[in-house]
Every structure is written in C-alpha cells, then in structure tokens.
Ligand binder design. Sequence first.
Ligand code: FES
Ligand code: FES
Length: 159
Amino acid sequence: MKATEAQIEIRCTINSEAQTLHAYPMERLLDVLRSQLHLTGTKEGCGEGECGACTVFINGEVVNSCLLPVAQVEGADIKTIEGVANDEQLHAVQQAFIECGGAQCGICTPGMVMAAVNLLDRNPNPTEADIRNGLAGNLCRCTGYMKIFESVVRAKQMR
Ligand code: FES
Ligand code: FES
C-alpha cells in the first residue's frame, strides 16, 4: 500500500445493518470485516482465493473476501456467517453441522456453511452431485468431507 494512499468512506449494508466504513481502497474486505467490525466468524485460510474459509455473500453471490478490495463493496448488500442465524434460531445448515459433526477445528466451517446456505437457497432439493459441486470451492483439512456432506443432506431434509 502506498503511503500517500488515503482512506475512503464506503457505505454498505452488512447483515441487514447500514454501515459506513473508513478504509484504504485496496484493504481486503476480509480484514475490514474482522478488524474494524469484529466480525471474526469469517476466517482466513489461504489468503489466495483457494480455500473458501473467507466466504461471504455480496448481493447474494458467494465471494472470497480475501480477494476483494473493500472499495468494491460501495453500496453492496453483504452477509457474513454472523448474519445467517435468525435471531436466536440457528439456520438449518448450522443445526445440521452440529448434529452431524460437520465441524472439527472449525476454520473451514463458516465458509462451508455459507456455501451450503447458498446452495440450498438456489436449489432446495440438490442431488448428491449438486451438493458436491456446491461445496467444491471450499477446502477442509480435518473431516475428510463426509460429515460435511452428510450435514448438508441433513439440512436439506430439515428444510
Ligand atoms: S482465505 Fe480466502 S479463499 Fe482462502
Ligand atoms: S474442520 Fe478443520 S479445516 Fe475443516
């Protein structure tokens, strides 16, 4: 980052709340979420767009927040893992991850949950292949993926 680069003001909506951010234009959305807004549910795995741990929704689309300069979210509607539950009620995907043991160390879990929520929003009755494709952008070092897969199947049944 150049020393001369000035911070800018960015207005957006995060988890249904209007926010005004002050950040350097090329700061990563991931860092602004975690350090400025303390939304630390969004994780950093690779930092290179490979693992999906940093997944958020921007205007309903799945985005790797480690790759996105915060200047690009002006006017955007952002949802993070903190916005997935409905008040005190966990999302079906979150509940299913608990019931099926879909989380171990937890680093991949927020991104996996976001990917699964997006999949079920787009396709409420996915096939096994659809589920595998829906999770293909997210890596996990711990689970061997079967319990995550079972969690999404369970969430589909719960909905
Ligand atoms: S931390 Fe963003 S894709 Fe891995
Ligand atoms: S639970 Fe550890 S990386 Fe997935």
